[in-house]
Design a protein around this ligand. Sequence first.
Ligand SMILES: Cc1cc2nc3c(=O)[nH]c(=O)nc-3n(C[C@H](O)[C@H](O)[C@H](O)COP(=O)(O)OP(=O)(O)OC[C@H]3O[C@@H](n4cnc5c(N)ncnc54)[C@H](O)[C@@H]3O)c2cc1C
Length: 464
Amino acid sequence: MTRVVIIGGGPGGYESALVAAQLGAEVVVVDSDGLGGSAVLTDCVPSKTLIATAELMTDLATAPELGIGLVDHTAPASQVEVDLARVNARVLRLAAEQSSDIGRRLEREGVRVVRGRGHLDGPERVVVTGADGETETIEADAVLVATGAAPRTLPTAEPDGERILTWEQVYDLTETPEKLIVVGSGVTGAEFASAYMALGIEVVLVSSRDRVLPGEDADAAEVLEQVLTRRGMAVMNKSRMESVTREGDVVTVRLTDGRSVSGSHCLLALGSIPNTAGLGLESAGIAVDEGGFVKVDRVSRTTARGVYAAGDCTGVLMLASVAAMQGRIAMWHFLGDAVAPLDLKKVSSNVFTAPEIATVGWSQQAVDAGEIVAEAVRLPLAGNPRAKMQGVRDGFVKLFCRPGTGIVVGGVVVGPRASELIHPISIAVAESLTADQLANAFTVYPSNSGSVAEAARRLHHPKV
Ligand SMILES: Cc1cc2nc3c(=O)[nH]c(=O)nc-3n(C[C@H](O)[C@H](O)[C@H](O)COP(=O)(O)OP(=O)(O)OC[C@H]3O[C@@H](n4cnc5c(N)ncnc54)[C@H](O)[C@@H]3O)c2cc1C
């Protein structure tokens, strides 16, 4: 029987374990911190559970416009209070339940799970050190490294777990911060800033760049920044953090230009570093880049024969969905099943702010840079009948298609539940559908997805 050993039990690890078991391999998953990994226990699942509460609060803010008056006039909708301790308890409970579900599924599929830290001793042997210091050596025909990444911190901005926090520590808060300073305006910073503001907390967002979400579609980022500032967030652009210090109950963020901002709490969202130190990668001949990320090709092979890597430790695209796909691809490849290399142009992703920003395929930046020739259309959501009924004013649908063939190559949706609305565009990109095909599929009337079809209709070239 072919023996597969997987180091790391996050989506990169457990999804590949399921594929390997399905293909008849003998599978061991070595995990140190709990199945589901950071995705389930500290990052993706907890943040989206918190955001579910924030979404309800955002919806409540439109209640008066939609004709809702609260019976108890002492508690109008704008004064509905969030009990952060209860929210956080729910977040942690759901995360733990999901982790247990994954454990049961792996057990059902016959995967052996070993608790402890794994490291490679050459390319065909993994040594596991348990919490009690005991070690176990496991021989492998193939190894998958899926050890994930951890929040980046700086010596001048050390988290204390109480008021200066990483995103892994926020769920221990039992009291609501009075004023939260979020440092970093990438996806993680923007999501937390948006969520905590919706929960009623005063938020300052410190961004080193000239706008929030520098890596996303510029039009989308502009809409988001307008909405966030209109709702009361202080967005400090071109503001590079130098240090974060705490004195008693006050935290102060100092900027490199001499300014400073103080609050009750600070959340550091400074990106991630790969968990690749001390893994014995060198002993196995596995190359890493200058940032410590494992180098892989599009079927997840490392530079060592029989050793694959998946997920955040490769830095390819730090998403749970991509980690899982890289892991599956590795197993399909090693165990001889049909496999297509990873295609990042087909990955759909979402920023869970209010409004949400979902994207797939080629971007506006790539079109502007001449990397691909594409026609673009942008349709505001405000004209959509369903959006009007729901009191939605901000957002748009943007589509990119090839000028000659009309094949849809990318899209952006900004609006409530954009993460759901992107799916038809994602199918079009994956299956190389034309704008006409996307336009001609029925949509429900009235629906926000009607705007996706309408945008596609605008890309039609009459054959006269
Ligand atoms: C705040 C936040 C929100 C996010 N939201 C989303 C989202 O909405 N959608 C999305 O797609 N992605 C999201 N992501 C990204 C997503 O969480 C990661 O891409 C995903 O966790 C990567 O999975 P992974 O399997 O590579 O690693 P991880 O999930 O980090 O799992 C790796 C596991 O390996 C374990 N491990 C490490 N070293 C060892 C060792 N030596 N031995 C044994 N075990 C080890 C770790 O403890 C961990 O349990 C978010 C990230 C953050 C920070």
